[in-house]
Design a protein around this ligand. Structure first.
Ligand SMILES: C[S@@+](CC[C@H](N)C(=O)[O-])C[C@H]1O[C@@H](n2cnc3c(N)ncnc32)[C@H](O)[C@@H]1O
Length: 192
């Protein structure tokens, strides 16, 4: 079994929902989740800013449609076009203003009844930068050559404003050399 199999418990939900429309994967990296998502036999668009990561994803998951894009820019998708949106460890690189813009784009693109599955760095993620000294704005730091945001529960809830949150848990994942603390959320959007 691969380490960090976080999507396993959501596979039935993903299968059911993806019968109603496509899946968008935000920040797919080299495709470790993309492969699991394709198991639902769905129409999947996976995107990332890194051409190198997309090239690796194309090898692992040849059935996925791939798109190079910057998540901090408006998404090139129609309103209410996705039944499932998945974002694992990819939405925590941004200023709070950009984070809220992403949250609003995610909400715009999801169908009514659609599902969001996401994981975000937790404020307790000490091994991977949450104790960094170069704070740009609250909970947003220079880490290495890039930037990282670390979320408390309240910030995750702010990101998910307008969604019904069915699952929100802080977990320690076994994926890298040291334990990593993340928030995992499953939420459903119902248009009013
Ligand atoms: C930690 S990796 C996670 C990848 C994948 N979701 C996984 O769990 O294996 C974060 C990914 O986010 C992508 N990323 C970072 N900033 C981005 C941006 N502004 N727009 C799109 N993707 C971005 C990175 O290139 C990287 O592939």
């Amino acid at each position: 079994m691969k380490n960090d199999p976080w999507l396993e418990k959501w596979q039935n939900l993903i299968k059911k929902k993806s019968a109603e429309g496509g899946i968008l994967e935000l920040g797919c990296g080299s495709g470790r989740d993309t492969v699991d998502l394709l198991a639902a036999n769905c129409q999947l668009t996976a995107m990332d800013i890194s051409q190198k990561n997309l090239a690796e994803c194309a090898i692992k998951a040849p059935k996925a449609a791939l798109l190079q894009m910057d998540l901090s820019k408006p998404f090139p998708f129609a309103a209410q076009s996705a039944a499932v949106i998945v974002a694992s460890l990819s939405l925590h690189y941004f200023s709070w203003a950009a984070t809220l813009q992403i949250s609003s784009e995610v909400r715009r693109c999801i169908k009514s009844g659609g599902v969001l599955l996401m994981r975000l760095n937790s404020l307790n993620d000490l091994h991977y930068g949450s104790a960094s000294t170069f704070e740009i704005e609250p909970n947003f730091y220079h880490v290495g050559t890039g930037t990282k945001r670390f979320f408390n529960k309240e910030d995750v809830r702010l990101f998910l404003q307008g969604w019904d949150i069915f699952f929100l848990e802080e977990n320690i994942i076994d994926r890298y050399k040291k334990p990593k603390h993340v928030w995992e959320a499953m939420a459903v959007y119902s248009a009013v």
